[in-house]
Write a protein that binds this ligand. Structure first.
Ligand code: SF4
Ligand code: SF4
Length: 342
């Protein structure tokens, strides 16, 4: 959807794209005429917070890695008894809250670049076979303000943090003598949610976002692909598939009705709950933020504390507790999303 929205009328890329996808042209043009994200005119535009979000996104382009920091990480990995353990430790030290490794299945790799005009249409045929995948946490209280401007500021801040970690890991792996490629905002060759599921970092929820242990959907994913022969992490079962089947809070509270309350469907060969990305993105443009209600309302997204982690454990181990936990969530937090204005 971002790649579609990024096409500019009158450019060769626009003409080429809609020659292949004529059915989407009129609706995409309608979206393009709406106020861009973070700009005055949208419902939740905020002069300071919206600008701060833009600044975080802009700063991604000027991230520099510190050579001393890279050397000391390389040294610690080279001299460790277990280099993979050391790589995990380094990734956490850089700011990740969880780390996993996976084989990069070809279904997780985009076929072509699409977002930026400068490399639009370039075939991606140099993908690397393994990936370090990691998560950064989005601040709970800021997400509770969804869909206001503070949520997109928080998204941007975490996209920046994920990009910074990815740049460091890329530099570390290259210094160790391996090929490596960082994937970050607007520069992805790989599709991150299935990669994160493959790396054992969570499950895909009804909201089509990763649901991770301890953080729920309040995470951003980062990845570096490499030819370092990394191990394959074990998949996790947090009870999300069953919980989502009985919950549906993200779908009932989605203001654009982009999420499904029905059964899983076959979506381009994958059985999952579908998302109407046009509806979702049109709503983003109307409010001027990236919404985030489906992340914030998810019962798995509560704070990472002793009480909520105990409930998460019960949900994981006992199918009946999922019904009890859902009732409790409705009673304490309500069935309907009420954003906090703290
Ligand atoms: S809100 Fe409920 S249905 Fe939606 S992802 Fe979270 S647990 Fe699943
Ligand atoms: S981000 Fe908002 S509009 Fe989009 S699917 Fe989630 S709740 Fe719906």
């Amino acid at each position: 959807m971002f790649a579609r929205a990024a096409r500019k009328p009158g450019t060769p890329e626009y003409e080429e794209y809609y020659a292949r996808r004529p059915a989407w042209k009129t609706r995409d043009d309608r979206i393009r005429r709406m106020t861009p994200l973070c700009r005055p005119g949208a419902r939740h535009y905020h002069p300071t917070l919206s600008r701060a979000a833009e600044e975080w996104f802009e700063r991604i382009g000027s991230i520099e890695v510190d050579a001393n920091c890279v050397s000391s990480a390389v040294e610690s990995i080279r001299t460790a008894d277990d280099p993979i353990d050391a790589l995990t430790h380094v990734t956490r030290q850089l700011g990740a809250v969880d780390v996993g490794f996976t084989v990069v299945h070809e279904a997780f790799v985009y076929t072509h670049k699409g977002r930026l005009d400068k490399d639009y249409g370039r075939r991606i045929d140099d993908s690397l076979p393994r990936a370090v995948v990691f998560l950064v946490e989005m601040d709970h209280d800021r997400m509770q303000r969804a869909p206001e401007a503070d949520t997109i500021r928080e998204s941007a801040r975490q996209y920046y943090r994920a990009a910074r970690i990815a740049f460091y890991l890329e530099a570390i792996l290259r210094t160790l003598g391996y090929r490596a490629k960082a994937h970050y905002d607007a520069h992805y060759d790989v599709i991150l949610p299935p990669l994160a599921v493959g790396a054992g970092l969570g499950e895909l929820g009804r909201n089509n976002i990763l649901v991770a242990d301890r953080y729920g959907s309040r995470v951003r994913i980062g990845a570096v692909t490499t030819d370092l022969p990394l191990p394959q992490s074990e998949p996790v079962d947090l009870g999300v598939q069953h919980f989502c089947a009985i919950c549906g809070k993200c779908a009932t509270n989605c203001p654009s009705r982009a999420l499904s309350l029905g059964e899983k469907e076959n979506v381009r060969g994958v059985k999952k709950w579908p998302t109407n990305v046009e509806r979702c993105y049109r709503y983003w443009r109307s409010v001027g933020t990236d919404c985030g209600i489906c992340m914030a309302v998810c019962p798995f997204s509560h704070k990472n504390n002793m009480f909520h982690n105990a409930v998460r454990r019960l949900i994981r181990l006992n199918p009946w507790m999922r019904h009890v936990a859902l009732k409790g969530d409705d009673l304490v937090y309500g069935k309907t999303w009420k954003h906090s204005r703290r």
